[in-house]
Design a protein around this ligand. Structure first.
Ligand SMILES: NC(=O)N[C@@H](CC(=O)O)C(=O)O
Ligand SMILES: [Zn+2]
Ligand SMILES: [Zn+2]
Length: 345
């Protein structure tokens, strides 16, 4: 096969940031994606309906001319989130989901949740109206090894919440372990997971063996090879519980390359080429569309996109090593393998 037409894809987990960074990274996403779930971890975070409306308007005015891209907004759940404000934002279709960051788990998560009993009423209301909860699923307990934090989160936090609040619809974001894959697979209709592009490609050796590679550092941190294989298996299986959330998370090289560098891989630019390569290697090109374009809308109860994109296989496809922003260069994720599929203009 050397040509593949897909429904236009969506990105169910994306960081667009704000200001100059947003202006630089937005076209990288709008080129191929029709919609994206926009993460609310700005500084300060997007907490109220009003914050979300203002952020949405900034995105819409930064979007390239002629683009029909639609940002799907989220609220950042805090212990102070008001049920009334959240319900009003959901009622008018301003927000598509709510994001739960355990306080301290990742970039800009300081305002996240420490005491889960304080968000119980909000979560109950979300279950009532079917508003999905996107979850950064890692415990923050310093006693827990960083490679075990996702598995520990399922057992200690996620499963108890789901038992306590039946009907709550949860997306476990950027899953990195076979534990998460198994949990989602056996979890029924109210749970799904996003998988990133980079976690389908790298394992922890890529970050640490033969020198430290800060551009491969993201959270949750990539795990051992057996987990990466489980992710590829889940993504390429066609199982409707798994769909693409790139977690494309731009940081300037200056912020990545320092003694305490930021977590995040920037994959908006080359994601579709990389995914096609991964699916081809798995003999599953016929299931790429389910992962990029069908399973996500089905879980979010949204229509699939009109229109298509076409991928073509050629000799080799290259991408710039970095994109320029007014704040400095942002390195594009290097998949470390030759790419052959390009999206036709
Ligand atoms: N994934 C990351 O490593 N970083 C994300 C935050 C997140 O999604 O956890 C970011 O905002 O930079
Ligand atoms: Zn996260
Ligand atoms: Zn993210």
């Amino acid at each position: 096969m050397d040509r593949l037409t897909l429904r236009r894809p969506d990105d169910w987990h994306l960081h667009l940031r704000d200001g100059a960074m947003m202006r630089a990274v937005l076209p990288e996403t709008t080129r191929h994606f029709a919609r994206a779930i926009v993460m609310p971890n700005l500084v300060p975070p997007v907490v109220t309906g009003r914050d979300a409306a203002e952020y949405r308007d900034r995105i819409l005015s930064a979007k390239p001319k002629g683009s029909k891209f639609r940002p799907l907004m989220t609220l950042y759940l805090t212990e102070e989130t008001e049920v009334r404000d959240l319900r009003a934002a959901a009622d008018i279709g301003l927000i598509t989901a709510v994001k739960l960051y355990p306080a301290g788990a990742t970039t800009n998560s300081a305002s996240g949740v420490r005491d889960f009993t304080k968000v119980r009423r909000v979560l109950e209301n979300m279950a009532q109206i079917g508003l999905p909860l996107c979850v950064h699923g890692e415990v923050t307990d310093p006693e827990i090894d960083i490679f075990d934090r996702e598995a520990a989160f399922i057992e200690r936090v996620l499963d108890p919440i789901r038992r306590d609040i039946p009907g709550l619809r949860v997306i476990m974001e950027h899953v990195t372990t076979s534990d998460a894959v198994d949990y989602v697979r056996s979890g029924g209709d109210d749970i799904a997971a996003t998988i990133t592009t980079h976690h389908l490609v790298i394992n922890r050796n890529h970050i640490l063996a033969g020198g430290i590679r800060p551009h491969y550092y993201c959270l949750p941190v990539a795990k051992r090879e057996s987990h990466r294989r489980a992710l590829v298996q889940a993504a390429t299986s066609g199982d409707a519980s798994f769909f693409l959330g790139t977690d494309s998370a731009p940081h300037t090289d200056a912020a990545k390359l320092q003694a305490c560098g930021c977590a995040g891989c920037f994959t908006a630019t080359n994601t579709l080429s990389i995914l096609a390569e991964v699916f081809e290697a798995a003999g599953a090109l016929d299931r790429l569309e389910a992962f990029t374009s069908l399973n996500g809308p089905a879980f979010y109860r949204l229509p699939v996109n009109d229109g298509t994109i076409t991928l073509e296989r050629g000799d080799s496809v290259t991408y710039p090593a970095a994109i320029d922003t007014e704040d400095g260069p942002v390195t594009v994720f290097d998949p470390g393998m030759p790419l052959h599929w390009r999206v036709r203009d």
